[in-house]
Design a protein around this ligand. Structure first.
Ligand SMILES: [Zn+2]
Length: 471
């Protein structure tokens, strides 16, 4: 008899030579291992138990240098591998690629050698609590349709969770990844937790999509961290949490090394409270829908904040930007300091309890020099008001027959260079007939022009000092 099983990769049944009872189902002939899920739905406990026993027999027969080949196997009912929980009684190298676990799968405290779960489907809950992988673990493309528990585990070699899809909550809380861990292109439809997990080497999440809350509270990243192009649809919490103390290399526990959050979309709140960033951190082209919380942490001088900050109105935004402003000030990053100061002012203006006068001044300061970050704007304002007053003076001078354009132009410029001169006692009006005739109104206008011009010059000098100050 030959089993009708064909994997998507074109693999045929590996159990062809076994003495098995084959079953006809939907026009095919199937070995009990590969018989499709729908046929096994009506199986009795006895039948499921028999297949489990065959699986454990195959595992028992596998040589340490070989592998237990369980590719494509459809496993009914709740199965547990918790009996392989000692190094003397660990699982041999095992391959569950493209296998389907129809019931709950329990691997609590199981000790694994090299293990393949490539494109494995877990239809029910899966429990790996306290399990240990002594060799590479490969879960590439695995699908978790119910809760996935990977708590307090140890991955002693590389952990590959690329392209996994978790439909329900998934947790890696308290798990240690001793070597490189990759979650590239993974999708989490529900909550995901890496709380108190430790990544000893590189942690690659570029990109992941998290549709619900992502919990990285007290997660330790001892290697580089990659989150480029990830999307967090809900809160992403990277707070230091309860971590306290010093690592073996003398750095504060829970510090970030090189971290890349470029082009990450933070659609929920992004929290980095108390975190220390020891190396360059990139948020280039990231989008923060809410003002990110970095309170009490320490940013690295090479922090790239060329990102989009969409929240300029919430109450939390005021303190969030204020903190970032002073952190950037400490790092002497003048551009970013000015940027966050502007955001802080903008958010402050949006608060109902802020007095109207403060709002008005804040608004003017924003328009005229973008809170001291623009050198060109005050100069432009100076130029524009001078031109405007020139037009007004022109209109007044038109009434007098002998006033020339040249005279009026000089008069307007004089109010910039020598403001309030019209108010001095010794001002000579004998030469210009039109000034003498309209002295009262010109005095008022020149006073206004003088005040405005002086303000613009002052704001220009302030912006100049802000951008080039060294202390
Ligand atoms: Zn088969």
């Amino acid at each position: 008899m030959e089993c009708s099983y064909r994997s998507s990769e074109g693999d045929t049944c590996q159990f062809a030579n076994s003495e098995l009872s084959y079953e006809e189902y939907q026009g095919g002939t199937w070995c009990p291992f590969h018989l499709p899920a729908s046929a096994k739905a009506t199986w009795s406990e006895q039948q499921s138990g028999d297949l489990h026993k065959r699986i454990f027999d195959l595992i028992a027969q596998a040589r340490p240098e070989g592998r237990a080949d369980l590719r494509g196997v459809v496993i009914p009912a709740h199965i547990t591998f918790a009996q392989y929980n000692e190094t003397s009684r660990m699982l041999p190298p095992i391959d569950f690629s493209r296998a389907t676990f129809l019931g709950q799968a329990t691997f609590n405290r199981t000790i694994f050698g090299k293990s393949e779960f490539v494109s494995t489907i877990f239809c029910d809950e899966v429990h790996f609590l306290g399990a240990e992988f002594y060799a590479d673990a490969n879960f590439d493309g695995a699908e978790f349709r119910k809760e996935a528990h990977f708590e307090r585990m140890k991955f002693r070699e590389s952990a590959n969770f690329k392209r996994i899809h978790a439909v329900c909550n998934a947790t890696f809380a308290g798990t240690t990844f001793s070597k490189r861990a990759s979650f590239r292109h993974s999708q989490f439809d529900n909550k995901i937790s890496f709380s108190q997990a430790t990544f000893m080497d590189e942690a690659d999440f570029s990109p992941v999509v998290c549709h619900n809350r992502a919990d990285f509270i007290a997660t330790r990243f001892r290697g580089d961290v990659e989150f480029q192009d990830s999307i967090f649809h809900d809160e992403a919490d990277f707070a230091l949490g309860p971590l306290r103390g010093i690592e073996s290399d003398g750095t504060p526990i829970g510090s970030f090394r090189r971290a890349n959050f470029s082009r990450v979309m933070f659609r929920g709140l992004a929290i980095f409270t108390d975190r220390v960033f020891l190396d360059s951190t990139r948020f280039r082209d990231a989008v923060f829908s809410y003002a990110p919380q970095f309170h009490n942490g320490k940013l690295h001088p090479h922090t790239d904040f060329h990102a989009k900050f969409l929240d300029r109105r919430s109450q939390e935004a005021v303190s969030a930007y204020r903190w970032l402003k002073s952190a950037m000030g400490q790092n002497r990053a003048r551009g970013e300091e000015a940027l966050f100061y502007a955001f802080e002012q903008e958010a402050l203006r949006a608060q109902p309890e802020t007095p109207r006068s403060v709002k008005l001044f804040s608004w003017s300061y924003s328009i005229i020099s973008r809170y001291g970050s623009s050198l060109m704007r005050p100069l432009f304002c100076l130029f524009a008001t001078t031109a405007l007053f020139m037009v007004v003076y022109m209109a007044i001078a038109l009434a007098s027959p002998n006033a020339s354009f040249r005279d009026v132009g000089f008069f307007a410029l004089e109010q910039v260079i020598r403001p309030f001169s019209l108010w001095s006692r010794g001002y000579d009006v004998s030469g210009s007939d039109w000034v003498a005739k309209n002295l009262s109104i010109l005095r008022v206008l020149s006073l206004l022009q003088g005040l405005l011009s002086l303000s613009f010059v002052a704001l220009f000098l302030l912006a100049l000092r802000w951008q080039f100050k060294r202390e």
